[in-house]
Design a protein around this ligand. Structure first.
Ligand code: PRP
Ligand code: URA
Length: 208
Protein backbone atom coordinates (compact mmCIF):
# COMPACT_ATOMS: atom_id res chain seq x y z
CA UNK A 1 0.00 0.00 0.00
CA UNK A 2 1.20 3.47 -0.85
CA UNK A 3 2.69 5.47 2.04
CA UNK A 4 3.15 2.40 4.28
CA UNK A 5 6.72 1.40 5.14
CA UNK A 6 7.66 -1.76 7.03
CA UNK A 7 11.30 -1.81 8.09
CA UNK A 8 13.55 -4.34 6.41
CA UNK A 9 16.47 -3.65 8.72
CA UNK A 10 17.96 -6.76 10.38
CA UNK A 11 18.49 -4.91 13.67
CA UNK A 12 14.79 -4.06 13.75
CA UNK A 13 13.82 -7.66 13.02
CA UNK A 14 16.15 -8.97 15.72
CA UNK A 15 14.94 -6.56 18.40
CA UNK A 16 11.30 -7.03 17.47
CA UNK A 17 11.56 -10.80 17.96
CA UNK A 18 12.93 -10.20 21.46
CA UNK A 19 10.14 -7.72 22.12
CA UNK A 20 7.43 -10.16 21.12
CA UNK A 21 8.80 -12.92 23.36
CA UNK A 22 6.45 -13.40 26.30
CA UNK A 23 9.40 -14.12 28.61
CA UNK A 24 10.95 -10.66 28.02
CA UNK A 25 10.81 -8.76 31.32
CA UNK A 26 9.48 -5.16 31.57
CA UNK A 27 12.95 -3.58 31.89
CA UNK A 28 14.26 -5.29 28.75
CA UNK A 29 10.94 -4.63 27.02
CA UNK A 30 11.27 -0.88 27.68
CA UNK A 31 14.88 -0.87 26.44
CA UNK A 32 13.83 -2.62 23.24
CA UNK A 33 10.92 -0.22 22.66
CA UNK A 34 13.35 2.69 23.06
CA UNK A 35 15.93 1.18 20.71
CA UNK A 36 13.35 0.24 18.09
CA UNK A 37 11.89 3.74 18.23
CA UNK A 38 15.33 5.22 17.51
CA UNK A 39 15.80 2.96 14.52
CA UNK A 40 12.35 3.80 13.16
CA UNK A 41 12.86 7.53 13.66
CA UNK A 42 16.10 7.23 11.72
CA UNK A 43 14.27 5.52 8.84
CA UNK A 44 11.31 7.91 8.92
CA UNK A 45 13.25 11.16 8.88
CA UNK A 46 15.49 10.86 5.85
CA UNK A 47 13.50 13.61 4.11
CA UNK A 48 13.99 16.23 6.85
CA UNK A 49 14.96 19.63 5.50
CA UNK A 50 18.36 21.09 6.32
CA UNK A 51 20.11 24.41 5.91
CA UNK A 52 23.76 24.45 4.83
CA UNK A 53 26.15 25.82 7.46
CA UNK A 54 29.89 26.20 7.86
CA UNK A 55 31.68 24.59 10.79
CA UNK A 56 35.21 25.35 11.93
CA UNK A 57 36.96 22.07 12.78
CA UNK A 58 40.29 22.19 14.67
CA UNK A 59 41.97 21.95 11.25
CA UNK A 60 39.83 23.67 8.62
CA UNK A 61 36.48 25.08 7.61
CA UNK A 62 33.92 22.37 6.79
CA UNK A 63 30.53 22.39 5.12
CA UNK A 64 27.78 21.14 7.38
CA UNK A 65 24.02 21.00 7.73
CA UNK A 66 21.55 22.17 10.32
CA UNK A 67 18.02 20.83 10.70
CA UNK A 68 15.47 23.26 9.35
CA UNK A 69 12.25 21.44 10.20
CA UNK A 70 10.77 22.24 13.59
CA UNK A 71 9.74 18.82 14.81
CA UNK A 72 7.12 17.74 17.31
CA UNK A 73 6.98 14.32 18.95
CA UNK A 74 3.50 13.19 19.89
CA UNK A 75 3.51 10.11 22.14
CA UNK A 76 0.05 8.60 22.63
CA UNK A 77 -0.19 7.81 26.36
CA UNK A 78 0.58 5.48 27.82
CA UNK A 79 2.39 3.09 25.54
CA UNK A 80 3.83 5.79 23.27
CA UNK A 81 5.92 7.12 26.16
CA UNK A 82 8.45 4.32 25.72
CA UNK A 83 8.99 5.29 22.10
CA UNK A 84 9.42 8.94 23.08
CA UNK A 85 12.69 8.17 24.88
CA UNK A 86 14.24 6.66 21.77
CA UNK A 87 13.04 9.46 19.53
CA UNK A 88 14.30 12.19 21.87
CA UNK A 89 17.78 10.69 21.96
CA UNK A 90 18.03 11.50 18.25
CA UNK A 91 16.14 14.80 18.39
CA UNK A 92 16.71 16.31 21.84
CA UNK A 93 15.34 19.72 20.91
CA UNK A 94 12.05 18.45 19.46
CA UNK A 95 8.90 19.68 21.16
CA UNK A 96 6.90 17.00 22.96
CA UNK A 97 3.12 17.18 22.93
CA UNK A 98 1.34 14.64 25.09
CA UNK A 99 -2.04 13.21 24.22
CA UNK A 100 -3.78 10.58 26.32
CA UNK A 101 -6.14 8.05 24.75
CA UNK A 102 -7.30 4.67 25.88
CA UNK A 103 -9.44 2.14 24.05
CA UNK A 104 -12.81 1.36 25.49
CA UNK A 105 -12.62 -2.40 26.02
CA UNK A 106 -16.14 -3.02 24.67
CA UNK A 107 -16.39 -0.65 21.71
CA UNK A 108 -12.61 -0.46 20.99
CA UNK A 109 -13.19 3.26 20.32
CA UNK A 110 -10.51 5.69 21.59
CA UNK A 111 -11.42 7.84 24.59
CA UNK A 112 -9.39 11.04 24.98
CA UNK A 113 -8.50 11.80 28.61
CA UNK A 114 -5.50 14.13 28.31
CA UNK A 115 -4.48 16.76 25.79
CA UNK A 116 -1.46 19.00 26.39
CA UNK A 117 -1.15 20.52 22.95
CA UNK A 118 -0.12 24.17 22.53
CA UNK A 119 -2.86 26.50 21.37
CA UNK A 120 -0.70 28.14 18.72
CA UNK A 121 1.73 25.54 17.36
CA UNK A 122 4.62 26.51 15.09
CA UNK A 123 5.84 23.06 14.15
CA UNK A 124 6.54 22.07 10.57
CA UNK A 125 6.34 18.32 11.17
CA UNK A 126 4.87 15.96 13.78
CA UNK A 127 5.78 12.35 14.48
CA UNK A 128 3.01 10.40 16.22
CA UNK A 129 4.51 7.66 18.40
CA UNK A 130 2.50 4.59 19.43
CA UNK A 131 3.80 1.02 19.45
CA UNK A 132 0.50 -0.57 18.37
CA UNK A 133 -1.69 0.23 15.35
CA UNK A 134 -4.57 -2.19 15.98
CA UNK A 135 -8.00 -0.96 14.80
CA UNK A 136 -6.32 2.36 14.03
CA UNK A 137 -8.89 4.30 16.06
CA UNK A 138 -6.28 5.93 18.35
CA UNK A 139 -4.03 6.92 15.44
CA UNK A 140 -6.93 8.38 13.43
CA UNK A 141 -8.19 10.36 16.45
CA UNK A 142 -4.71 11.74 17.18
CA UNK A 143 -4.17 12.72 13.56
CA UNK A 144 -7.58 14.45 13.56
CA UNK A 145 -6.53 16.48 16.61
CA UNK A 146 -3.20 17.50 15.06
CA UNK A 147 -4.78 18.52 11.77
CA UNK A 148 -7.36 20.61 13.65
CA UNK A 149 -4.36 22.42 15.19
CA UNK A 150 -3.12 23.25 11.72
CA UNK A 151 -0.29 20.70 11.43
CA UNK A 152 0.15 19.81 7.78
CA UNK A 153 3.02 17.31 7.79
CA UNK A 154 2.37 14.29 10.01
CA UNK A 155 3.94 10.83 10.13
CA UNK A 156 2.84 7.84 12.19
CA UNK A 157 5.55 5.65 13.75
CA UNK A 158 4.57 2.33 15.31
CA UNK A 159 6.20 -0.98 16.12
CA UNK A 160 3.47 -3.37 14.96
CA UNK A 161 0.53 -2.68 12.67
CA UNK A 162 -2.47 -4.84 11.88
CA UNK A 163 -3.82 -4.70 8.31
CA UNK A 164 -7.14 -3.38 9.70
CA UNK A 165 -5.47 -0.45 11.47
CA UNK A 166 -3.20 0.40 8.57
CA UNK A 167 -6.21 0.46 6.24
CA UNK A 168 -8.21 2.62 8.66
CA UNK A 169 -5.47 5.21 9.11
CA UNK A 170 -4.69 5.23 5.40
CA UNK A 171 -8.36 5.65 4.46
CA UNK A 172 -8.90 8.59 6.83
CA UNK A 173 -5.50 10.21 6.31
CA UNK A 174 -3.88 9.01 3.07
CA UNK A 175 -1.34 11.84 3.30
CA UNK A 176 0.13 10.46 6.55
CA UNK A 177 3.02 8.04 5.94
CA UNK A 178 2.99 5.01 8.23
CA UNK A 179 6.35 3.63 9.41
CA UNK A 180 6.30 0.26 11.17
CA UNK A 181 8.76 -2.33 12.39
CA UNK A 182 6.37 -5.06 11.17
CA UNK A 183 2.95 -5.69 9.67
CA UNK A 184 1.18 -8.56 11.40
CA UNK A 185 -1.62 -10.90 10.35
CA UNK A 186 -4.91 -9.73 11.87
CA UNK A 187 -6.81 -8.66 14.98
CA UNK A 188 -8.39 -11.13 17.37
CA UNK A 189 -11.97 -10.81 18.63
CA UNK A 190 -10.79 -8.44 21.42
CA UNK A 191 -8.97 -6.14 19.03
CA UNK A 192 -5.48 -7.41 19.87
CA UNK A 193 -2.91 -7.83 17.13
CA UNK A 194 -1.95 -11.40 16.15
CA UNK A 195 0.73 -12.54 16.64
CA UNK A 196 1.59 -9.11 18.09
CA UNK A 197 3.25 -8.78 21.48
CA UNK A 198 0.28 -8.55 23.85
CA UNK A 199 -0.54 -5.28 25.58
CA UNK A 200 2.27 -2.80 24.94
CA UNK A 201 1.28 -0.53 27.84
CA UNK A 202 0.98 -3.33 30.37
CA UNK A 203 4.27 -4.90 29.30
CA UNK A 204 6.15 -1.59 29.63
CA UNK A 205 4.65 -0.56 32.92
CA UNK A 206 4.27 -4.00 34.54
CA UNK A 207 0.51 -3.69 34.93
CA UNK A 208 -0.58 -6.83 33.06
C1 PRP B 1 -3.03 0.74 22.98
C2 PRP B 1 -1.94 1.23 22.06
C3 PRP B 1 -2.66 2.20 21.17
C4 PRP B 1 -4.01 1.54 21.03
C5 PRP B 1 -4.06 0.88 19.71
O1 PRP B 1 -3.31 1.65 23.95
O2 PRP B 1 -0.89 1.82 22.74
O3 PRP B 1 -2.77 3.49 21.69
O4 PRP B 1 -4.12 0.57 22.08
O5 PRP B 1 -5.32 0.39 19.47
P1 PRP B 1 -6.24 0.96 18.30
O6 PRP B 1 -5.39 1.01 17.08
O7 PRP B 1 -7.32 -0.10 18.22
O8 PRP B 1 -6.78 2.28 18.72
P2 PRP B 1 -4.32 1.32 25.15
O9 PRP B 1 -5.71 1.75 24.80
O10 PRP B 1 -4.17 -0.11 25.55
O11 PRP B 1 -3.84 2.28 26.30
P3 PRP B 1 -2.46 2.29 27.09
O12 PRP B 1 -1.40 2.73 26.13
O13 PRP B 1 -2.71 3.32 28.13
O14 PRP B 1 -2.21 0.94 27.66
N1 URA C 1 -3.02 -2.44 22.08
C1 URA C 1 -2.00 -3.22 22.48
O1 URA C 1 -1.26 -2.86 23.40
N2 URA C 1 -1.83 -4.40 21.87
C2 URA C 1 -2.60 -4.81 20.87
O2 URA C 1 -2.37 -5.92 20.35
C3 URA C 1 -3.66 -3.99 20.46
C4 URA C 1 -3.84 -2.80 21.07
Amino acid sequence: MENVFASKHPLVAHKLALLRDQSTDPKTFRELVRELASLLVYEATEDLLTTPIQVQTPLALSQGAELKDKIGLIPILRAGLGMLEGARELMPSAEVWHIGLYRDEQTLKPIEYYNKLPVDPTLSMCLILDPMLATGGSAVATTDVLKRRGIKKIKFLGLIGAPEGIQNLHTHHPDVPIFLAAIDDQLNERGYILPGLGDAGDRQFGTG
